[in-house]
Design a protein around this ligand. Structure first.
Ligand SMILES: Cc1cc2nc3c(=O)[nH]c(=O)nc-3n(C[C@H](O)[C@H](O)[C@H](O)COP(=O)(O)OP(=O)(O)OC[C@H]3O[C@@H](n4cnc5c(N)ncnc54)[C@H](O)[C@@H]3O)c2cc1C
Length: 253
């Protein structure tokens, strides 16, 4: 069955902005840590967070973590997202879980070729399923020891699911690389979903997150997509959707 990439924010550090701002205050205060935290005024969070970003003093952002469930993504996606070493991953196992009826991702460019192309693609996926089933049977049926070798015949299109946790600093870095038009479409689509989710809970932290063109100029040099205006507009619309308040914060950063 065809599936599509979906990222949902399932847990995060409570009061992420207060946590980050309190960590920043402590750096500049002679009071004891407990007092710094209890005296913290939420009204000042935006100011502290903006200052941290301006000074590139990014370690306080590591105190807020965000956990996502990611479903409907390919093994090709998995190879890319797991390059982000500061993140934590739990991924559905192809040893413990049989892939005899695996779901798959159809690239939009193949869908755009029309019904015949999609039909061919789906038939190819079904062929892979048959091949997988044949190897599973030859290797002793659906069990761990068979699955671990039968899986070698599976395509990159095969769906995987995972739980991913990143702290705010890593997320900002991730968004700069993966929301960029230079990133591959599948991880880019999921990265924008993740950005939207965290913007709703920590707008001061992520208000200017995204590819470098959103908050300055493109860092891709000759490889630039040349569509900075379009990307900025997408980002602006996302902020507007999330709220006028957020737009004001973003302008301040
Ligand atoms: C458009 C695009 C194309 C790509 N193409 C390819 C490709 O063709 N081939 C390929 O192999 N990869 C490719 N990648 C993956 C890329 O090389 C990185 O592995 C991936 O983006 C993770 O980035 P990172 O290492 O900065 O992030 P993370 O692993 O999340 O690390 C975050 C930051 O922590 C620091 N850090 C982490 N680990 C170390 C360390 N061991 N030593 C020092 N500092 C560290 C670095 O500052 C790093 O930027 C591509 C990525 C993108 C976005």
């Amino acid at each position: 069955m065809q599936v599509k990439g979906k990222a949902e924010l399932i847990r995060y550090t409570s009061n992420p902005e207060s946590t980050i701002a309190a960590a920043a205050r402590l750096c500049y205060s002679s009071d004891c840590a407990d007092k710094v935290v209890s005296d913290s005024d939420e009204k000042d969070n935006a100011k502290y967070i903006a200052m941290l970003r301006k000074l590139n003093h990014l370690s306080p952002f590591e105190h807020a973590s965000f956990t996502f469930s990611i479903t409907g993504v390919s093994r090709a996606f998995l190879a890319q997202i797991t390059r982000h070493r500061i993140a934590s991953f739990s991924v559905r196992s192809q040893r413990y879980v049989s892939e005899s009826e695996f779901n798959y991702i159809i690239p939009p460019a193949i869908e755009a070729l029309g019904k015949d192309a999609v039909k061919t693609y789906v038939e190819q996926m079904e062929t892979c399923m048959r091949w997988y089933g044949d190897w599973q049977e030859k290797l002793g049926g659906a069990k761990e020891s068979s699955n671990e070798d039968a899986r070698f015949i599976l395509p990159n299109a095969c769906e995987t699911q995972m739980i991913v946790t990143m702290n705010a600093r890593e997320l900002m870095h991730f968004f700069s690389l993966r929301c960029c038009n230079r990133a591959q479409w599948e991880i880019r689509d999921v990265a924008w979903q993740m950005l939207e989710a965290v913007l709703k809970v920590a707008p001061n932290v992520f208000g200017s997150s995204g590819p470098s063109c959103v908050d300055g100029s493109c860092s891709e040099g000759k490889k630039s997509c040349g569509r900075a205006a379009e990307v900025k507009e997408r980002h602006r619309k996302l902020l507007a959707e999330i709220g006028e308040k957020l737009e004001k914060i973003n302008n301040k950063l």
